[in-house]
Design a protein around this ligand. Structure first.
Ligand code: GLU
Length: 525
């Protein structure tokens, strides 16, 4: 520690007197009144205009753990990088959260939830540190720091601002005033008391206790250019005063853990419990190696992809949920739970590394999910997707909702025998495209039995019930000396262009007499 600065000097250094004392902040953000075992979590994205699947994965875990414990899940916007455009980027995050059903509760008592609006809080905390000599104003310029770095490198020292290299850590008040008088604006740095020869033990809820060398870097707490905090300092203040109990964040933050533990200890605050999650990986098509999903190379790295391409958001959530809680799939298959939201996940079992996102596996979850939807709901979802993201063709397909309901309802009335051939909303429409004359592609390869088709046409009556209809097919087959199945196959291909379809009678009923007659006539020609 060094000598603390006087009140007046602190106000000058920070460009204004601090608004609160620490005691006032404690009172302003009281401990939350929640049941025992309730988790307070937050998703804390930096607004980049892009929501990565890894971010959604973390947010899901946050949301789930809070929800299942009767706790609180918050959304905090980490917008301390003022070079970035924020408004639209936040909208993208909020919309994604909404679409994927991750509901957050930003209670005003603990806000504001934009870090850029919490300057008063950060300055009040840092003022306390300046007053007690645990932080100091630093006037090093970018050039100064570059020179220090080069010297450190050539002399074989670790780079950074620490110990004897921290030029300004022991400036006198007079020296500080002299810099300020020159118009220089300092950053505020931690006066680190850490000694890398010693170890600090930090807890990660999944990895257990991890030993690290203590941090001796005088890291920046408040930046000189805009007076906003660094991530390290903002996270300290926010997670303390928002009363966060669990910080779930990417494993890239694991190396910062000793620093964060040091900061909490220095303040005398209880640190939250950390869970560092694995990156979301894929198997690279070219190299066959596992690697992180890349914003540049993989469209599925962006959560917007799933929405636009028509994946049911629930299936993405189910799949990510199963990555976070591998026991979920089994519980679901056994019918013990209906969705991930009913499954009690265990924080300790969140994978530490190697979480694989496999589109094939997602398909399975999507088929399961769509298979479980009642027809009216399926229709609603397809229509909503097509109208927002679909092509003109998709929009045409959903224009007549009654017809669409008939089409999508085929073989979907028996909950015991659920069909699982629909994967996405767009693939669903593609799968049933032959129902629309504009999209129907006649089968040019199939060798139709014209006699069978003509004979059927002669007796065809759209009003026939299924038994009568089948009796007619049998009669046609008998009269021509061919198999019943051959007659049915001729009709199937004539109507759909395909040799494989759901129930033929249902297809005819949905298509209606006129369309059926036209298609059969078309095939005969
Ligand atoms: N803004 C940080 C990030 O996006 C948040 C990390 C955290 O959750 O603490 O990585």
């Amino acid at each position: 520690m060094r000598n603390g600065l006087s009140k007046d000097l602190i106000a000058r250094v920070l460009g204004g007197a601090p608004k609160y004392t620490l005691d006032e902040l404690e009172a302003k953000f009281p401990p939350r009144n929640l049941g025992e075992g309730a988790l307070v979590t937050r998703f804390a994205p930096s607004p980049t205009g892009y929501m990565h699947i890894g971010g959604l994965y973390g947010a899901l875990i946050d949301c789930k753990l809070a929800q299942q414990s009767g706790g609180v899940f918050m959304l905090r916007i980490e917008d301390t990088d003022t070079k970035r455009e924020v408004a639209d980027a936040v909208k993208i995050i909020e919309e994604s959260m909404n679409k994927f059903g991750l509901t957050y509760d930003n209670n005003t008592v603990y806000g504001p939830y934009y870090q850029s609006q919490r300057k008063d809080i950060y300055h009040s905390v840092v003022a306390d540190l300046l007053a007690s000599g645990r932080a100091y104003p630093c006037f090093l310029s970018a050039d100064d720091m570059e020179k220090i770095r080069e010297n450190q490198k050539s002399a074989g020292f670790a780079t950074g601002i620490y110990g004897e290299f921290a030029r300004d850590r022991d400036l006198t008040e007079g020296e500080i005033i002299a810099y300020l008088d020159k118009g220089l604006v300092p950053s505020i740095r931690l006066y680190s008391m850490g000694n890398p020869e010693q170890r600090i033990f930090c807890k990660d809820a999944v990895r257990g206790s991890i030993g690290f060398p203590e941090n001796n870097e005088d890291i920046v707490l408040i930046k000189s250019n805009d007076g906003l905090p660094t991530y390290h300092f903002a996270h300290l203040c926010d997670d303390h005063f928002m009363r966060t109990t669990h910080v779930i964040r990417g494993e890239e933050w694991l190396p910062s853990l000793p620093l964060h533990a040091q900061l909490f200890r220095m303040m005398g605050w209880n640190a939250p419990l950390y869970i560092h999650t694995s990156t979301i990986d894929k198997i690279d098509e070219e190299t066959g190696k596992q690697r992180k999903l890349s914003k540049r190379k993989d469209p599925e790295a962006n959560v917007a992809f799933f929405i636009e391409a028509g994946w049911p958001v629930e299936s993405v959530i189910e799949y990510l949920g199963n990555i976070a809680a591998s026991g979920y799939e089994e519980a679901k298959m056994k019918g013990q739970v209906k969705s991930f939201w009913d499954y009690e996940m265990r924080p300790k079992k969140i994978p530490m590394s190697g979480a694989l996102f496999d589109m094939k596996k997602l398909e399975w979850w999507a088929k399961e999910f769509i298979g479980s939807l009642p027809v009216p709901e399926l229709v609603n979802r397809v229509v909503a997707w097509a109208n927002e993201y679909g092509t003109d063709v998709n929009k045409m397909q959903v224009a007549d909702v009654k017809y669409l309901t008939g089409v999508l309802g085929i073989e979907r009335d028996n909950p015991k025998r659920v069909r699982k051939d629909f994967i996405t909303w767009s693939q669903t429409l593609e799968n049933v495209a032959f129902f629309w004359d504009e999209l129907f592609v006649p089968n040019a390869e199939y060798e139709f039995n014209n006699d069978a088709l003509s004979a059927f046409l002669e007796t065809y009556n759209p009003a026939d019930d299924k038994d009568t209809w089948w009796a007619k097919i049998v009669a046609v087959a008998e009269s021509l000396g061919i198999k019943n199945g051959d007659v049915a196959m001729n009709l199937r291909v004539a109507l759909s262009g395909r040799t494989n379809t759901p129930d033929l009678y249902s297809i005819m009923s949905v298509m209606g007499g006129e369309r059926v007659i036209n298609r059969i006539k078309g095939a005969i020609k």
